[in-house]
Design a protein around this ligand. Structure first.
Ligand code: FEO
Length: 179
């Protein structure tokens, strides 16, 4: 049985992850509007990934006899002053999420909740990757500093991103074998 404090904190984290999806979808819409289709695609892939993050917590709560409760999501910003500002926003948001994951690790230790350790370690590792990925795009955008040709090259590179659903998670989305 999941401790009540962990259940509440994980439900809060589901909200953070779905808010991440919402923020990235808003960024996708911004890039769509700017004609930067590669960046829009990258953001849509990121949106899907964030939903799977929320679902990892959903699955964990449900498996341990807890109750998933969904909270209201905040409205994301609709516009950004530049592609760089949008990706800087993404990086800043990922740093915030890293902080929330660290707090969950701390709480898990305080509550002696060993059953959540491997789930949370997955997220600790994932956040290193998330910050690195967003940070790299921020660096690239700074290098081209608004130059149209450079921007289009980055856009083309980001267009190659695909979202691939981890087969282990397929059951969560009612795709693939039932779990
Ligand atoms: Fe779910 Fe991008 O952190």
């Amino acid at each position: 049985m999941i401790p009540k404090k962990m259940e509440a904190a994980f439900n809060e984290q589901i909200k953070h992850e779905l808010e991440s999806a919402y923020i990235y979808l808003a960024m996708a819409a911004y890039f769509e509007d700017q004609g930067l289709d590669g960046m829009a695609r990258w953001m849509r892939a990121q949106t899907q990934e964030e939903v799977t993050h929320a679902m990892r917590f959903y699955k964990h709560i449900a498996e341990r006899g807890g109750r998933v409760k969904l909270h209201a999501l905040a409205e994301p910003p609709a516009d950004y002053s530049s592609p760089l500002a949008a990706f800087e926003g993404a990086l800043e948001h990922e740093r915030f999420i890293t902080g929330t994951i660290n707090e969950l690790v701390k709480l898990g230790r305080e509550e002696n909740d060993y059953a959540s350790e491997s789930l949370l370690q997955w997220f600790v590792d994932e956040q290193v990757e998330e910050e690195e990925t967003a940070g790299r795009v921020v660096q690239q955008l700074k290098v081209v500093s608004g130059d149209g040709r450079g921007l289009l090259m980055i856009d083309r590179e980001l267009a190659t991103r695909n979202f691939v659903l981890n087969p282990e998670l397929a059951g969560l989305f009612a795709q693939g074998p039932a779990q």
